[in-house]
Design a protein around this ligand. Sequence first.
Ligand code: CDP
Length: 224
Amino acid sequence: MEKIIITIDGWSSCGKSTLAKQLAKELHFVYIDSGAMYRAITLYFLRHHVDWEDVNAVDAALKDIKLEFATNHKNGQTEMWLNGENVEYVIRDLVIAEKVSEVAAVKDVRTFAVARQQEMGKHKGIVMDGRDIGTTVFPNAELKIFMTADEDVRVRRRFKELYEKNPNVTLEEVKANLAHRDYIDSHREVSPLRQAEDAIVLDNSHLTMKEQLEIAKKWARERM
Ligand code: CDP
């Protein structure tokens, strides 16, 4: 079967990465979490007090950032590394989530990340999730999925995830963060979040993980 590019875009916390991981495993494709790259850049900017409204400061900082994905052989998951440090756990924190959409709206940050994402898709056989993958990163992808889920479902899912790591987190902060990011992501000037014309919508509010995989797998097989 032919190797293709599968893109999964959509709102914050609607299960894009869960589906992308399932599909990649099933099809023996590479999974790339583009959001992890924006989160890692945000972590670097916060740690080094980089003012992301200052173009020169951003450009200088980006020269010092090396992003890599590596497989953790204990659990088979792909993890994000920043300048030789495994940052997979720390980038999921709400502190990062509170700033990431501002950082991801900066033009030179996007140029930097998109170039790396396109490089990773050169040989196809890839599933990438994000906000602009089907519109900007791989406009010619063979399968584009636009994921969505009801707001309260998304809030509850992300709250559960964060609560397991930090019981001080509240449902209200998680709800506010998702709404804040979705607003910035869909209103920014460069590559805003929007559904590609040729994307298929997958609403997983009432689907189990197994059901969503079956649907997406069928779409993928039709295109391979
Ligand atoms: O997992 P979740 O849906 O919460 O978000 P994520 O995929 O980890 O992405 C974090 C943030 O990075 C998003 O809210 C966007 O601001 C930004 N992002 C982006 O601008 N473009 C992408 N292709 C992926 C993420």
